[in-house]
Design a protein around this ligand. Structure first.
Ligand code: ITT
Length: 196
């Protein structure tokens, strides 16, 4: 099955490609010649995930899905949340976002945080959402070179390593995105059987 992943984030695409395996041919908009913006204008992950998927569905009419992820810090009342990509300003700068979270959490001892991911799928014009969530602690200083975004400052509960110290395979096993994409795959397998 051919699927478009409505993302401009190469790291996400790499993780998702690993999760989908060979049963699906994964394309990103750039593979189809589209390198423009994919709008995400809402205040919630659900809104943004559906908005991104609808945009790409309208453009190409092929089964497509998107991923909207938020990093939610309890002591910041859930911020940066749906604004994770633009926390430090409209020009998306993951390093500046990470620095700003650390600055806003300076001196704070309650450091529980989570990643939440909503995957929105559109297939034959019908919309479905799948969610994944992982909780852990916000570290005081970044650690590790793998991953992307907020990974260097997030240590999942029960682990000694930050997400950026785990391999893609290890991160995928437990991550917000791993959970949501496994639900997507289960759904697509059933869907394919029912529509043979
Ligand atoms: P697309 O919308 O094109 O998919 P994006 O990077 O804008 O890509 P989001 O709106 O979901 O994606 O971004 C949320 C922000 O959270 C963004 O700054 C990412 O760097 C960060 N982020 C997303 N997933 C992450 C992960 O698994 N680990 C660490 N940071 C992540």
């Amino acid at each position: 099955m051919k699927l478009i992943f409505a993302t401009a984030n190469k790291h996400k695409a790499e993780e998702v490609r690993e999760l989908l395996g060979d049963a699906f041919t994964l394309l990103i908009p750039a593979d189809l010649g589209y390198v423009g913006d994919i709008p995400e204008t809402g205040n919630t992950l659900e809104h943004n995930a559906l908005e991104k998927a609808r945009f790409i569905w309208k453009k190409f009419g092929l089964p497509c899905f998107s991923d909207d992820t938020g990093f939610e810090v309890e002591a910041l009342n859930g911020a940066p949340g749906a604004f994770s990509a633009r926390y430090a300003g409209d020009v998306r700068n993951p390093k500046a976002n990470l620095r700003l979270v650390l600055k806003n959490m300076d001196g704070e001892t309650h450091r529980v945080a989570c990643f939440r991911c909503v995957v929105a799928l559109i297939i034959a014009g019908e919309e479905f959402c799948f969610e994944g969530r992982i909780a852990g602690l916000l570290l005081e200083t970044p650690r590790g070179e793998q991953g992307f975004g907020y990974d260097p400052v997030f240590c999942p509960h029960g682990y000694a390593d930050s997400f950026a110290e785990l391999s893609i395979e290890e991160k995928n096993k437990i991550s917000h995105r791993g959970q949501a994409v496994r639900k997507l795959v289960d759904f697509l397998r059933q869907y394919a059987q029912q529509h043979q």
